[in-house]
Design a protein around this ligand. Sequence first.
Ligand code: C5P
Length: 309
Amino acid sequence: MLSAVPRPVIVRAPSKVNLHLAVGDLRDDGYHELTSVYQALSLHDDVEVRDSDELSVAVQGESARVVPTDRRNLVWQAAELLAERAGRDPRVAISIAKGIPVAGGMAGGSADAAAALVALDELWQLGLDRADLDEFAARLGSDVPFSLRGGTAIGTGRGEKLLPVLSRNSFHWVLALAKGGLRTPDVFRELDRLRSEGEPPRLGAADELMHALAVGDPHQLAPLLGNDLQPAALSLKPELRRTLRAGTAAGALAGIVSGSGPTCAFLCADADAAVAVGAELAGAGVCRTVRTAHGPVPGARVIDDKTER
Ligand code: C5P
């Protein structure tokens, strides 16, 4: 006899790097007006949901022990939101396999939230359309809509209003994961403090960068990468300066702090160069660990099993 219990659903969601992160002024609602060009990277989390007697969250993998497993976790909030919408109880066991660094500036929590939305839509057969999912995503966090969408996109507002960006070819990255994380609100606050004391540089328009993406040339893209949050992340974690120097000394085309940090992302000429830069950085003692990744990759999507590539 066929079981009435639905099969578990597994969803893979990408990390991201901000190729261009221009931070505008602080708004009355506590957020900053942003222009952000996001690229989704192959370093990912997998989120599995299955029917259960009660809502629970379990986490394995990269820095799992520091991830909350209660309502503070965005996947918990995603389950409550969708259950309310569906008029049912959120009785689901959610299991997160983390590959994305925690509090690393790579949208790990947002990836999990986006994955949970897609997975629960499938498990509970809600039939949500893109607009519904986008709206739930934006309620959960500024980067969650991008984690849903993936690819390369430009975000405005809090970062949640997205338009796709034409991007040719794959780009190859080395990611230097730091010891300890940075809290995003702390980094934005530090930027406000630095701006109240002086004039840290502000990025201009992203037009040239968008052109380099359309051409698909990493050499053209490298000098155009920029992040207004970088001075704030460096102010809170000065040791990242050494990491950034070591990456370019190892042969990367450019290095930036990813989002609010402290992960540093190094753009490399090709996949072989990324492996070589990664090996040299790993031996330089300037970070906790090193990963290679490529982008752009798709947003949160159902996979058959975790061995799928
Ligand atoms: O949207 P999310 O909850 O992920 O944002 C986390 C924090 O990052 C916000 O509470 C705010 O301090 C900061 N933030 C910001 N401006 C944005 C996005 C995030 O100041 N556009």
